[in-house]
Design a protein around this ligand. Sequence first.
Ligand SMILES: CC(C)(COP(=O)(O)OP(=O)(O)OC[C@H]1O[C@@H](n2cnc3c(N)ncnc32)[C@H](O)[C@@H]1OP(=O)(O)O)[C@@H](O)C(=O)NCCC(=O)NCCS
Length: 190
Amino acid sequence: MEEIASFSKSDAKEEFVDVDLTQISLRPIVLSDLDDLMLWTSDEKVAKYCTWEPYTNKEYGINFIQNIASKSLWFRAICLQDRAIGCIDFRSCSGRCLEKSAELGYALSSKYWGKGIATLVVKQVIEVAFKEFSYLERLESRVDVENVASQRVLEKAGFQREGILRKYLFIKGKCRDVVMFSVLSNDFQV
Ligand SMILES: CC(C)(COP(=O)(O)OP(=O)(O)OC[C@H]1O[C@@H](n2cnc3c(N)ncnc32)[C@H](O)[C@@H]1OP(=O)(O)O)[C@@H](O)C(=O)NCCC(=O)NCCS
């Protein structure tokens, strides 16, 4: 909690990087993104609240691009001037609600944190999910209770905080409490 209390926006920036949000785009990930992908998937700060461990060699990156990304209903690289600086996806909540719900996930290179990039792309992806996958009624995201940045992103993008799922996800060797967020297709059609 102390860490959170003492946060200032500059903490998220190791070096000053100016970002023009009009240069942010979403596109499918390809094998030639491997070196860019390794830059942030190997970063402990990025992986801290995620179920995966930081990647230690390129085989993990190749497997991610070739096998893991394709398991999502929808997956895109978050690009800055066409360089992959992160990723965002949603995947079916299989076995629940007749496939009418999907789970959102995202990660961004720590070099670009605190510039509004995740909020921008999450808003875009909500629109994609409910327009292109019109059978979806619910998009959800489960966030570690200490991952305040991600909770803030979801709130800014229009997700509702539903409550805490206790000891719900196994992250970095521990069962962690997570906050459940959702946005419904009904919320979106305002
Ligand atoms: C979560 C993540 C995607 C956010 O990306 P981002 O582009 O920096 O997000 P944005 O700039 O759009 O918004 C971040 C917000 O969180 C706030 N924030 C960040 N760290 C914070 C902290 N420790 N305490 C309080 N607020 C914090 C920022 O100030 C900003 O809010 P504001 O605009 O109201 O000031 C990024 O931190 C990340 O990739 N983390 C690692 C992977 C991850 O956790 N993924 C999500 C798994 S559920």
